[in-house]
Design a protein around this ligand. Structure first.
Ligand SMILES: [Zn+2]
Length: 381
């Protein structure tokens, strides 16, 4: 056992903390501070585990590996035990990551992501750029950091990421099987682009079914109707949406016009923003993975004259439409709110300065807002 008062002291302090009334801990600064402490404890547990792993003490107990030892002694599920040992081993090659984690500036999810991009082909580049990436991890939303990291990996190992994209596409599969009792069970794996195509359409049909359910509840209960009064759960509506997709497919003429766009992807403006190649839902994709879809693609060009300024198409109207609408969508790509990262497809366009207060319908005065943040703002005094 660690021959020092430090751990005993920490345990005594933790006892006090755990005995406190959660009500006394609920202010926002304490919540942030507690999360930092949690990260620091995880970090030091991981580095200690790495040392334990390297010293081979687990061997004396007859365990097959450090992870097997952790599973038995700490009652961890296999995935958690393996992850802890793996992160510990990889941290030795990522000094800036280790420092930031021990300081509580980043969390285990950041560390996992950084470890995930370290491969023989990227080792050297990672050694060069680790500090910059950790800096981004400290200041960005996690989803934005993941995008930054995905672009970084594309640059560091273009061939590897192209192959990975192909592997992902090759992993696509679908099983639909009937059980003994006659019920059907499905299992579906899709690459990012195919998934976005299916997800977009499924959401669209589910939205239609929601409108039907909502109208029915309103008719039954009037203004009292709430989300809890709908005839179907969201999962039931999604299931019905899949069946509806099958019905529509059966009735659509084989030479009918394809709906467009099946998915949107933002590419280009290298000179302003570095490489951009991502689906409207924010998933970074490889340029190569677009090739399969190019013969069905139609292209829309948007001209930027600065990193965040699309050349305006300023027309006096209340609703954002056409090119103005598109310009805001392409520029922002996410809900404007600091605490939100709902992607463009699920956002509306909102006037920064309200129309009623004379705010113009221009890209400069427009921003993306999810339904929640749009309503919340309109509810204000
Ligand atoms: Zn939002």
């Amino acid at each position: 056992m660690y021959d020092c008062d430090v751990l005993e002291g920490l345990k005594a302090e933790l006892d006090k903390l755990c005995e406190s009334d959660p009500i006394d801990l609920r202010d926002s600064e304490t919540i942030v501070e507690l999360h930092r402490c949690l990260a620091r404890l995880e970090a030091v547990t991981t580095t200690a585990t790495a040392a334990f792993d390297a010293a081979g003490e687990w061997d004396a107990d007859g365990a097959r590996s450090a992870a097997a030892w952790l599973r038995a002694r700490c009652h961890l599920p296999p995935t958690s035990a393996h992850r802890r040992v793996r992160l510990g081993r990889e941290l030795r090659h990522l000094p800036a990551t280790e420092d930031a984690w021990l300081a509580g500036d980043i969390h285990d999810s950041h560390v996992s992501s950084l470890v995930g991009v370290r491969k023989p082909a990227t080792e050297e580049a990672l050694e060069r750029d680790e500090e910059m990436l950790v800096g981004e991890a400290k200041k960005l939303h996690f989803s934005t950091f993941s995008r930054v990291l995905a672009y970084w990996a594309q640059h560091a190992d273009p061939d590897g990421t192209e192959n990975e994209a192909k592997d992902n596409r090759d992993k696509r599969k679908m099983h639909l099987s009937q059980s003994f009792g006659g019920m059907w069970f499905g299992d579906l794996v899709l690459d990012p682009i195919s998934g976005a195509v299916v997800d977009n359409e499924l959401r669209r049909i589910e939205r239609e079914l929601f409108e039907v359910d909502w109208a029915e509840a309103r008719e039954r209960l009037g203004d009292r109707a709430g989300v809890g009064d709908l005839a179907r759960t969201p999962a039931q509506r999604r299931a019905d949406a899949v069946v509806e997709m099958a019905r529509r497919s059966g009735t659509a003429p084989a030479d009918g016009r394809r709906p467009e766009p099946l998915f949107s992807v933002f590419v280009g403006f290298e000179t302003l923003a570095g490489r951009i190649c991502e689906l409207a839902n924010g998933t970074v994709v490889n340029p190569g993975s677009l090739v399969d879809w190019l013969d069905e693609a139609w292209i829309e060009r948007i001209v930027f004259d600065g990193p965040s300024r699309v050349i305006d198409v300023g027309v006096a109207r209340r609703i954002f439409a056409g090119a103005t609408r598109r310009a805001v969508q392409v520029r922002d790509r996410e809900c404007f709110h600091e605490y939100c990262d709902v992607p463009v497809e699920q956002c509306q366009i909102d006037h920064k300065e309200p129309w009623s207060a004379g705010g113009p319908t221009t890209t400069k005065n427009g921003r993306l807002a999810c339904g929640f943040h749009n309503r919340r703002r309109n509810r204000g005094p």
